[in-house]
Design a protein around this ligand. Structure first.
Ligand SMILES: Nc1ncnc2c1ncn2[C@@H]1O[C@H](COP(=O)(O)OP(=O)(O)OP(=O)(O)O)[C@@H](O)[C@H]1O
Ligand SMILES: [Mg+2]
Length: 214
């Protein structure tokens, strides 16, 4: 049996409030195997986003993990110091947030944002990073990527912005990423299908050009 990529065991998330402790997530457990896609469904306020935030170590205080364990490749990540966890987030796990506009900096071109990630994490030259960024944008289906790379976030559609975030997440050589997105309209559904099939293809391909371990 292969070790699960991600294990969440009996996760509990609490918020201390003036009127006592609010338990927002109570005893959640799940595993994700390599290459597996897990969809989490639940009513609004059920704790989906908080669970995702806890896994990537970005739970906003005063929210805190009050119980359970989170393991990535068999290693506990729920109790890592902030700096350690920041490295894990850069290299092994990433998130695609519900609202891409707030995750992309409106003041910088999308190219700059992706290339900076590549330069930082892969230690390659500026021109090599740009070349890789264009390839990633092409892989997530941004038309005319070599031109679009110099555009700003507001110049793209919502769906394109979300795919740009996927490209940025792939740029970090992530092994896992969360797809936290609610799908309301059929257009969203269509985008979701495309996003999932694209990223699934990338998962299976193991994106060797970006996944090399050094
Ligand atoms: N900062 C906070 N302080 C107190 N309670 C909070 C805080 N953040 C979230 N919660 C509560 O935790 C619960 C879970 O929130 P979460 O954002 O995970 O829901 P969700 O399942 O993602 O919902 P949605 O489908 O609406 O996005 C909710 O009841 C919410 O009110
Ligand atoms: Mg949510």
């Amino acid at each position: 049996m292969t070790t699960p990529l991600l294990q969440v065991k009996n996760l509990r998330i609490e918020f201390p409030t003036r009127r006592g402790t609010l338990t927002a997530v109570d005893d959640i457990s799940f595993d994700i195997a390599p290459g597996e896609v897990l969809g989490v469904v639940g009513e609004s306020g059920a704790g989906k986003s908080l669970t995702g935030a806890a896994v990537i170590g970005l739970l906003e205080p005063p929210g805190r993990i009050a119980g359970g364990e989170i393991l990535l490749n068999g290693r506990r990540i729920d109790n890592l110091p902030f700096e350690e966890m920041r490295k894990v987030r850069g290299r092994e796990i990433g998130a695609i947030f519900q609202d891409p506009l707030t995750s992309l900096n409106p003041l910088y071109t999308v190219g700059r944002q992706i290339t900076e990630t590549i330069e930082t994490h892969l230690n390659v030259s500026k021109s090599e990073a740009r070349h890789r960024a264009i390839k990633l944008l092409m892989e997530v289906g941004i038309p005319a990527a070599e031109k679009r790379i110099d555009h700003y976030p507001h110049q793209f559609s919502g769906g394109m912005r979300q795919r740009i975030l996927i490209a940025a997440a792939l740029a970090m050589r992530r092994r896992t990423h969360h797809r936290t997105r609610r799908f309301h309209s059929s257009a969203d559904h269509h985008a979701a299908e495309k996003t999932l099939s694209r990223t699934r293809h990338l998962d299976h391909a193991g994106h060797p050009r970006y996944g090399r371990d050094r």
